[in-house]
Design a protein. Structure first.
Length: 264
């Protein structure tokens, strides 16, 4: 995994190569660019995968974290807008879904609209703060990550010491976020959710579809909040299908669409 020409914000999986689509991935709270290794492998030769590296973790651990989610989106949008004009999509999981969405709004204003936005494991921002966005205490943060199934390694004191600064920073960014009405996206949205995610039920997440003027779709997978770890092959196939790079199939059930929204 290497840095791209756009500076410190993006990491590339593998050497640069000509592919029909670029997919930019945004990590969950406490996560780093490396959390997308498995998805990058599953996407194979059909897409170039870049991952956003937020400051305050992994190879950017000595940099101060940005306190506001809006600042993260500002900086990532600026980095992406310097890339060559290849077709691209954005994919965000949990916290990353919000950052990807706000980044897409900014790129839309730049006239650099993505081909598609994938939002995973997060309810639409129009619903307000998530049920655990206000957590600030270290013990509560660690308990929440374990509850969601993403924190087995946090029992190791050294790993915990490395993980906590990123978790604190990302939950601070979540607490700073307030959705503001504005122009709807001009790209389709794919909503990815899991049947047992305690943070957002599939029917709630479908509200994302209202935030674009282009018809989108909802896909539901078995599992909990970190379903992506166990369903990476199916998710990769769904992503490539929705980008028109694979033949559609019935994988990923559709959920009821809220009034005023559309799905395909």
């Amino acid at each position: 995994m290497t840095a791209t020409d756009s500076g410190t914000w993006l990491r590339r999986f593998g050497p640069p190569a000509e592919r029909p689509m670029r997919i930019v991935c945004f990590p969950h709270a406490g996560g780093g660019a490396s959390s997308y290794h498995a998805l990058a492998r599953a996407l194979g030769d059909e897409a170039e995968v870049l991952a956003v590296q937020y400051p305050g973790r992994q190879d950017r651990r000595h940099e101060p974290a940005l306190p506001r989610l809006s600042e993260l989106a500002d900086r990532v949008a600026e980095a992406l807008d310097t890339l060559d004009e290849a077709p691209y999509a954005l994919f965000g999981h949990s916290l990353g879904a919000l950052v990807a969405y706000e980044t897409a709004r900014r790129l839309d204003r730049f006239g650099n609209t993505p081909d598609r936005l994938f939002v995973s494991a997060r309810c639409a921002p129009t619903a307000g703060a998530g049920p655990t966005d206000e957590l600030a205490d270290d013990a509560a943060l660690l308990a929440e990550v374990r509850r969601l199934g993403g924190g087995d390694a946090l029992d190791d004191p050294e790993i915990q010491a490395l993980a906590l600064p990123a978790l604190r920073a990302d939950y601070r960014a979540l607490r700073s976020y307030v959705w503001r009405d504005g122009p709807a996206l001009r790209c389709p949205v794919t909503v990815l959710t899991a049947t047992q995610d305690p943070l957002c039920a599939p029917e709630q997440a479908a509200d994302w579809l209202r935030l674009s003027v282009v018809p989108g779709r909802s896909r539901v997978f078995p599992g909990g909040h970190f379903y992506l770890q166990d369903r990476v092959t199916e998710v990769a196939h769904a992503v490539l299908t929705d980008l028109g790079l694979r033949t559609p199939d019935p994988a990923g059930a559709r959920v009821p669409v809220p009034a005023g929204a559309t799905a395909t």
